[in-house]
Design a binder for this molecule. Structure first.
Ligand SMILES: *Cc1c(COP(=O)(O)O)cnc(C)c1O
Length: 344
């Protein structure tokens, strides 16, 4: 039996051809290190073009560093960061946001389908105003959420209104931001700075780059001395051109949009096939490139016995299947057949 990681995560996929080609080109000759090269300059300019604004851009090796250093730059050590209980910041970063901000407290709220409940955010912020409680300062949202759902423009308008009313800063974990922009079919500016996002962590890895995420400061004042944070945290790449070049490959010619649309379309197709399997249902609406499905008793373990790898972090029999730029119709057919087989 062969091990199959096809749908375990979008980081199980390889490097997209456009990113790979750019890396090969960047590999020719000599350039200065630490970001003083033209690849890095060009990648930053392309991100500014994409968002149609003069933002500050930094590259990190991964999303945990991007999130925690971004949050540290948005907070004092006595501040609180409000986020969803399922957020990566809370559940998958080993306390890095608190560590890099020297003691900031992450404050959790609930909310349906992985999206923060705004009334709960309001209660979190106004519950205490004395100096014995960490002062809530940042609201962090994930787009698409950890459950693969989307904040649409109405959601973001409401968040922006709340942010202004409560004098919060707004951080967006966009590990799969490109999937969100493609699914909403909207200009990236409309779901970020035009709706109050101050800092965006923009994921490259899961889109199909070998390594690297970007921190995008729409509020440029928050970027002050950020390069020192990156350096101190071991996130300043010496051969920066290799972090930057894949961005050039993915942004030029809008390769990002093709790949994000492909992953999203694969998830839609997988979801359509899965609901036809007796006993299988969707746990949350499929809006980007993730499918969360409830499998009948024993089907999940049966699927694992058949060599399929997937995440099952939400409840009994709840399975997550991620699609990527690399997902094929044949892989979807194979997975659906294996699930039918496991269901019996
Ligand atoms: C993958 C992911 C990240 C980044 O994780 P790293 O493993 O540190 O690159 C951040 N946020 C979300 C929601 C993710 O899925």
């Amino acid at each position: 039996m062969t091990d199959r990681h096809d749908f375990a995560s979008d980081n199980s996929a390889g490097v997209a051809p456009e990113a790979w080609t750019a890396l090969e080109k960047a590999n020719r000759g000599y350039t200065p290190g630490y970001g003083a090269d033209h690849w890095t300059q060009h990648a930053c300019d392309l991100i500014r073009e994409l968002f149609e604004t003069d933002c500050e851009v930094f590259f990190t090796f991964n999303g945990t560093a991007a999130n925690s250093l971004a949050l540290a730059s948005m907070c004092q050590s006595y501040h609180g960061i409000i986020c969803h209980q399922y957020s990566h910041v809370e559940t998958d970063e080993c306390g890095a946001p608190e560590f890099f901000s020297n003691g900031t407290k992450v404050l959790l709220v609930e909310g349906e389908h992985g999206k923060v409940d705004l009334a709960a955010v309001g209660r979190r912020v106004t519950k205490r105003s004395d100096l014995h409680y960490p002062k809530p300062k940042v609201l962090s949202i994930t787009q698409p959420t950890e459950l693969g759902t989307l904040y649409d423009t109405d959601d973001l308008d409401a968040i922006n209104e709340l942010k202004t009313r409560l004098a919060l800063r707004l951080h967006m974990d966009g590990a799969r931001f490109f999937n969100a922009a493609a699914a909403l079919d909207i200009h990236p500016a409309e779901i970020t700075w035009r709706r109050g996002v101050d800092v965006l962590c923009l994921g490259g890895t899961k889109l199909g780059m070998p390594v690297g995420d970007a921190v995008v400061f729409f509020d440029r004042a928050l970027a002050g001395e950020f390069e020192y944070r990156c350096k101190q945290a071991g996130q300043l790449a010496s051969k920066m051109r290799y972090l930057a070049a894949p961005w050039v490959g993915m942004l030029e010619g809008h390769a990002w949009l093709r790949h994000a649309r492909h992953g999203n379309a694969c998830a839609q197709r997988l979801a359509e096939e899965l609901v036809r399997v007796p006993g299988v249902s969707l746990l949350v609406p499929v809006q980007a490139n993730a499918v969360f499905a409830q499998l009948p008793d024993r089907a999940a373990s049966g699927l694992k016995t058949r060599g399929w790898h997937f995440y099952d972090f939400i409840g009994d029999g709840g399975a997550r299947f991620m699609c990527s730029w690399q997902t094929t119709d044949e892989q979807i057919d194979d997975l659906v057949a294996a699930i039918r087989d496991a269901v019996g």
